[in-house]
Design a protein around this ligand. Structure first.
Ligand code: AMP
Ligand code: MG
Length: 467
């Protein structure tokens, strides 16, 4: 039986130099890891039909659903600051787009679905570890209210992929507001394909910035979305790990969960990614890097403007608003974490004071802030003077409870879940997924092991792209 999804594939109607038509490469023996029924319903899809064997075949890339127009998208990007003139979907196929119950259009894509013309030296595949990591991380981020791509399904392929060793292959079905990246604009600008660039800009405005009447307005709104997104990451101790321009979604979602992690003990210079030798994407650098990435986006937009010298000046002014927008968003987010109903600029010092104490004490980021929601400020590592100042501001526990999750998907826990999955046991994955998708649920019984920071012998301090 062929599955039918209510696809409407607008990206595939763009100029065909923006993508390559390419079907997923079939796999040997598909097997279920997970299916996200709640998300299927939000997308207006038939959740029952998506549990069938036919759906398993679709999520594995073995059978195309009716209405799909599979494509691999073209993009380029700055990777760790170095320009790479062509990247593109080397291991992902966009099946098509659906319009959800909320009226928003979303991409449904298979990640790990085989080679494409953009695969370069890669095998086009993913192994089980990164698929499980992205499933857990993206669904937890969503549950904490952070704009993010989602996970609709994950399957095993019954094939091995070779990384350092042979590992079980897997495919993630990723749902995104789109996969348009800063690098998608960059590749067209670099090729001086102004017609393509215009088509992409018009398309992006219609799809993601319908309120923007012009390219500068789109840029201004993109800046605002990035400022709020990065402030949210910072407020959760989230480190993306690979903020290359090809990993920045124009729609403002967190995308491409590679070597990402939530911090345990707080330090502003924390880095996890094994390949980030100079800490370019360290926790505390994320706002500056976001700004740098936005500047690359603006640069790619300049050829669209009639007066380019003027455009550079105008865009510079727009981009320079990022600092203030980010500071405002940061104050709102961290103010709420302190339980403040109406954080004011003077509260910045109070927040910074706590972060300084947490750095000195190596306080666990998640549990330290959660302690404020539980009226246990002594557990933050702050001294009596800070606690008195905080109390004098009249913090509200309900505000702090809503801003400070009890659990985040901690790295050592994810690693343990992946190890179990590789050994054939998916139960720990499902248990952890259940916990981290209810991050504000203070049920101590099921949470305790997930809320605890790693013991010294459990600590994981490196993440690998290992895709
Ligand atoms: P990432 O660092 O994961 O964002 O990926 C950077 C680029 O490498 C993108 O163009 C990916 O499509 C490509 N890529 C990553 N892993 C693979 C793989 N296993 N096979 C082919 N291309 C890949
Ligand atoms: Mg990427």
């Amino acid at each position: 039986m062929t599955l039918s999804l209510p696809f409407d594939n607008s990206y595939a109607r763009l100029p065909d130099r923006l993508f390559t038509r390419q079907a997923p490469v079939p796999v040997a023996r598909p097997g279920w890891i997970a299916f996200n029924e709640g998300l299927a319903r939000e997308l207006g899809l038939d959740a029952e039909a998506l549990r069938s064997d036919a759906a398993l075949g679709m999520f594995a890339g073995n059978a195309l659903p009716e209405g799909a127009e599979p494509i691999a998208q073209l993009y380029a990007g700055h990777q760790f600051g170095s320009w790479n003139p062509q990247l593109g979907d080397g291991r992902q196929i966009l099946l098509g787009e659906v319009v959800g119950k909320d009226g928003l259009r979303r991409d449904i894509a298979l990640k790990g679905s085989g080679r494409t013309p953009y695969s370069r030296m890669g095998d086009g595949r993913a192994w089980l570890g990164p698929v499980i990591r992205e499933y857990i991380m993206s669904e937890a981020m969503h549950a904490m209210g952070v704009p993010t791509t989602r996970a609709l399904a994950a399957v095993t392929t019954g094939e091995e992929v070779i990384r350092e060793t042979a590992l079980p292959g897997a495919i993630l079905t990723r749902v995104a507001q789109s996969h348009i990246r800063v690098g998608t604009f960059q590749v067209l600008a670099a090729r001086e394909d102004h017609e393509g660039l215009r088509a992409l800009a018009d398309y992006t405005m219609a799809r993601h910035y319908p309120e923007a009447a012009s390219v500068p307005e789109m840029l201004a709104q993109m800046v605002a979305r990035q400022a709020d997104l990065i402030a949210q990451w910072m407020s959760l101790g989230f480190i993306h790990g690979v903020m290359n321009t090809d990993n920045v979604s124009i729609a403002g979602e967190t995308i491409d969960y590679g070597p990402c992690a939530f911090m345990d003990d707080y330090h502003p210079a924390r880095v996890f990614s094994s390949i980030d030798a100079h800490g370019r994407y360290a926790y505390g650098n994320q706002p500056q890097v976001a700004l740098w990435n936005i500047a690359q986006f603006a640069t790619a937009l300049v050829p669209l403007m009639p007066d380019q010298q003027r455009a550079v000046d105008d865009f510079t002014a727009i981009i320079n608003r990022f600092a203030d927008l980010y500071q405002e968003a940061w104050l709102a987010r961290f103010g709420a974490k302190l339980g403040l109903a109406d954080p004011a600029p003077e509260d910045r010092a109070l927040i910074e004071g706590l972060l300084t104490a947490m750095t000195r004490d190596g306080t666990d980021f998640t549990n330290g802030f959660r302690a404020l929601a539980e009226d246990a400020p002594e557990r933050t590592g702050a001294d009596a003077g800070w606690i008195a100042d905080w109390r004098a501001r009249g913090p509200k526990p309900d505000i702090a409870r809503a801003a400070n999750p009890v659990v985040v998907p901690r790295l050592h826990r994810i690693e343990a879940v992946i190890a179990a999955a590789v050994a054939g046991d998916l139960a720990p994955f499902h248990e952890m997924l259940g916990v981290v998708t209810r991050p504000f649920d203070p049920d101590p019984a099921h949470l305790a092991p997930y809320a605890a920071p790693p013991e010294s012998d459990e600590k994981v301090d490196k993440t690998y792209c290992g895709t």
